[in-house]
Write a protein that binds this ligand. Sequence first.
Ligand SMILES: [Zn+2]
Length: 147
Amino acid sequence: METEERVEMTASEREVMRVVWTLGNATSKDIVDVLEMKRDWKPATAKTFIGRLVKKGILLAEPEGNKYIYSAAISEEDSVKTEADRFFEQICHKQAGRTIADMLAGATLSHQDVELLQAVLDDKKKQAVEEVACNCVPGQCSCSTPR
Ligand SMILES: [Zn+2]
């Protein structure tokens, strides 16, 4: 449970991590150079987010001379998966199918992506249930409380 809390990051922190994931190893200057352009951040702003990420254990800091070399403690793929899982835990399980369909409809996909999705769907078809159970607390969704 604590580990899950630790990897939670804000949109600004994710901007920092995307630079680190791309470079592998990065100095604060590398991070500032990218985000100064994209987000108009001052070096102090970037350093604040870097500090928070280190504190959360998402970013590793290795001293080298008078600076630090930063690297990621978690992969981008794992982070995206965790974020998506967290989102689906926050909505009624009955809404998952509809939500995924909407996400699919809005996404630009390659032929390879479509094939991957089709394989997953074929599998899901075999395991499909009659009705998805609601996971909500009464009062937080209309399917668990009689109208
Ligand atoms: Zn529900």
